[in-house]
Design a protein. Structure first.
Length: 137
């Protein structure tokens, strides 16, 4: 892909200077930063948003990014503009820990391609929890 950028400059109201340049490759907006991961955290039964109060961790080798939920929305963004293969874990009081391994994030010349993950948390006791499994003798 290439772009041609031309400008015209008028000096002292009488002289015009034209300038054109061919730009090869994509034109990136570096002021925009994309998350590698967007993690939506909800209750597995009610689909209620649970990101508020949840801790979401994305790790890739020695790198780790943590988002601790505040607010009422269900999604958290992590690892801005960072390609890699991630393990994503979610912890929230009253729910069983959740994790996904091998989440691969790629990018192009400008930005990463955000991977959206749906973490459906299961309650860890009390109402809505799975009944205990009984083992016969």
């Amino acid at each position: 892909m290439s772009w041609t950028l031309c400008t015209a400059l008028v000096l002292a109201g009488t002289t015009t200077t034209n300038s054109c340049a061919v730009i090869v490759g994509p034109v990136c907006k570096h002021e925009v930063r994309w998350p590698a991961l967007s993690v939506e955290v909800t209750d597995s039964i009610t689909s209620a948003p649970l990101a508020s109060g949840a801790r979401v961790i994305a790790s890739d080798g020695a790198f780790a990014d943590t988002a601790i939920g505040e607010g009422s929305d269900s999604a958290r963004s992590l690892a801005l503009e960072r390609e890699g293969t991630y393990t994503v874990t979610v912890d929230r009081e009253g729910y069983a820990p959740w994790s996904r391994h091998g989440v691969h994030v790629t990018g192009d010349d400008c930005h990463v391609h955000t991977v959206k993950i749906f973490a459906r948390l299961q309650r860890s006791g009390g109402e809505g929890a799975a009944p205990p499994v009984s083992v016969g003798r």
